[in-house]
Design a protein around this ligand. Structure first.
Ligand code: PRX
Length: 653
């Protein structure tokens, strides 16, 4: 690990520009500097106050029980219903006519859903789940495109105390199957198809394949989205038939604050994805608090748009739970940014008058490549704040975002957090911070963070090391589904008093935080976490592959690109064809997001005497650098062999 941190640290740029908010923005901001003082003075009292912005059926008696660390209990004894907090209470407060969701399908169809309509449909869906025999504690897998039913399905589960496990609809049948199996899901909610790049893509057949091999699944609830022909099974039920005929009345039951809300699978350093478990009261407290403070949400006037997919944690916390708890009006868009044209996003912002935009650096860099004329041909003056998440944002992309999209007037909030943290941890308060291009700035009020060295000693300003979280936080994961030991080992064993995030970071001379990427074998491709081992396992499952090593090589658009080195079992006549086949094989096994950018056929892999693959050296090759120190190799000639053999075998079409 030490080698890797040195490599990433050396990539750090010196950046001195600062952009404070305008006095007008600062004056109206939700989050003032006093929040820091308040949280510092009484951290738990501060969190109790944030929690009380929610509607509790039974008040909590204790803010935090950390006696069984690292297994936290927040808001002990409190009872609430998550869906009630996200929907019903706004209707009861007289906001039933406010639009909650402005849906825009890729083909251009539109659907506005008010809070009153959302309450009716979530209630119907909750009644439907009950009719299917789903009860509190059951697991429901959701495999849906970005359509309102995804949000409705999640809220319906929450309403009856069922645990949802959303699986990104771009994942393969096998990825879906393994997640269904791990959680023992009883129901799968899906759609006939999804609109991507101008055509209807089949979704249901992947579910059929996964469910055929999943004995725990009793029913599949199918939303009709594209009208694509589907194969029908006895277990299948149409959403419009079942949900459509339910009563719009449903009395939400209050559940304990620690009731599991969802499982979300994410890649770790082994081949098996981890089912990150989140619970109710603490999660909703921090998701809504951060959404309100970091995006400065004004429910009466803002139009918010988070471009993430509900298949990732950003969609959970900043499309569904945080925003709806705060009574947001938000845009949900189904499709890709280049359909029908490459200005689709700017068109959406102009037509809907979007004020708050939350997206990922990969998207920003792609738009930079496509050219300034596209955003410049639209009126983006409604925007008043911009957010970034998922990977480090380079200063160049930050400045472009500020100038070309934000017209030099919008604060940019670079938000660091993880599936495991559930909500934002490090981000500027937009009315307070003088932001530096590319820095996530400092921990939010109520959050404890440090940068430590190998021994776990906190470092001062001007130093780089490992990012840790020093205090439990309300939306922290409560464990890994079915594997609590893995939870302890992964996050709490390196330095038992700290949560180890897996990221390298540096504090600059002013104490601003700069994220430097992962320090473990996890890649970040377009803001998505993919483990090197997962891709390696997929490759070696191909009959022609004997051995594989995978690295994330830096990529100007996607942050990192996946580069695979493979040793074949035999020889091949047509390397080009086989490479194509291997790339497609990985896409089939995991999903298109894991398709290697490049596959290189090699004779040997660089290994230490104990057999550990030295990925660092392969990364040098993949990034076209001189190969670093290879003295620990069992066979020092290997790197020469690899470099020589590459010209003939690489492919990156
Ligand atoms: O490496 C960090 C990077 O994404 C990882 C978390 O990935 P995931 O659980 O998929 O959640 C992504 C969305 C919250 C982190 O360990 N990361 C996330 N946000 C940032 C970031 N790296 C730098 N800057 C960020 N703002």
């Amino acid at each position: 690990m030490s080698d890797e941190i040195n490599v990433t640290l050396s990539n750090l740029l010196q950046e001195d520009r600062q952009f404070p908010p305008t006095p007008a923005f600062a004056a109206q901001a939700n989050g003032k500097a006093s929040l820091f003082d308040q949280a510092e003075h009484d951290r738990l009292g501060f969190w109790a106050e944030q929690a009380r912005n929610l509607d509790w059926e039974t008040d909590f008696t204790e803010v935090l029980d950390w006696s069984n660390a690292p297994f936290a209990k927040w808001f002990v004894g409190g009872k609430l219903n998550i869906a009630y907090n996200c929907v019903d209470r706004h209707v009861h407060a007289g906001h039933g006519d406010q639009v909650a969701i402005r849906f825009e399908g890729e083909p251009g169809d539109r659907r506005d859903i008010t809070y009153r309509e959302l309450m009716a449909e979530v209630s119907q869906a909750a009644n439907a789940l009950t009719e299917l025999g789903v009860v509190a504690g059951d697991r429901v897998a959701i495999y849906l495109p970005m359509i309102p039913e995804a949000t409705i399905a999640m809220l319906a589960c929450a309403r009856i105390g069922a645990i949802h496990s959303v699986v990104f609809a771009g994942f393969s049948a096998e990825a879906l199957r393994s997640r269904i199996e791990d959680a023992n899901a009883k129901l799968v909610i899906t759609a006939d198809g999804q609109n991507r790049r101008g055509s209807a893509m089949d979704l249901k057949s992947a579910v059929d394949e996964a469910v055929d091999a999943s004995p725990s699944v009793e029913n599949v609830l199918v939303v009709k989205r594209t009208g694509t022909d589907v194969t029908w099974h006895d277990r299948d039920v149409w959403w419009h038939d079942l949900v459509g005929r339910q009563s719009i009345d449903h009395t939400p039951e209050a559940f304990d604050a620690e009731t599991p809300l969802f499982i979300l699978y994410t890649s770790g350093t082994t081949g098996k994805p981890k089912g990150i478990l989140h619970t109710s009261g603490g999660y909703l407290t921090q998701a809504s608090y951060t959404h309100k403070m970091v995006f400065d949400l004004k429910p009466e006037t803002d139009v918010y748009w988070c471009t993430a997919d509900v298949g990732w944690v950003t969609g959970h916390s900043y499309i569904v739970y945080g925003p709806l708890a705060n009574r947001v009006t938000q845009v949900i868009y189904e499709g890709t940014p280049d359909t029908p044209n490459k200005d689709r996003w700017w068109d959406i912002i102009e037509r809907h008058g979007v004020t708050l935009l939350y997206t990922a650096p990969t998207a920003i860099r792609t738009f930079m490549k496509w050219g300034d004329h596209l955003p410049q041909s639209h009126d983006l003056s409604s925007l008043r704040l911009l957010g970034s998440v998922g990977e480090p944002i380079n200063p160049e992309a930050w400045m472009w975002y500020r100038e070309v999209i934000g017209g030099n007037r919008c604060p940019i909030v670079d938000t660091w957090w993880q599936t495991e943290t559930g909500a934002m941890m490090i981000a500027p308060l937009p009315g307070v911070a003088a932001c530096k291009p590319g820095s996530a700035m400092r921990a939010l009020p109520g959050i404890g963070m440090a940068v430590v060295d190998q021994e776990g000693t906190p470092l001062g300003n001007g130093s780089g090391g490992f990012l840790v979280l020093t205090q439990p936080w309300p939306s922290m994961l409560r464990g890994i589904w079915g594997d609590n030991q893995r939870y302890v080992d992964t996050y709490w064993s390196r330095w038992p008093q700290y949560y180890f995030a897996g990221d390298g970071a540096k504090l600059d001379n002013d104490g601003a935080l700069w994220l430097l990427g992962r320090v473990d074998d996890v890649m970040n491709v377009s803001g998505h976490r993919i483990s090197t081992t997962e891709v390696e396992s997929a490759l070696v499952s191909h009959p022609e592959v004997a051995e594989a090593a995978v690295v994330g090589a830096s990529d100007p658009t996607t942050g990192q690109g996946i580069v695979a080195f493979v040793i074949l079992r035999g020889s091949t006549e047509d390397a080009g064809e086989l490479i194509k086949e291997l790339r497609n094989h990985v896409a089939r096994e995991i999903g298109p997001i894991a398709k290697p950018r490049q596959v290189m056929i090699v004779q040997e892999l660089p290994k230490t005497r104990s057999g550990k693959i030295l990925r660092r050296l392969l990364q040098d090759v993949a990034e076209h650098r001189d190969v670093g120190d290879s003295t620990t190799l069992a066979d020092p000639a290997v790197m020469k062999l690899i470099s020589e053999g590459l010209a003939s075998s690489s492919s990156d079409d």
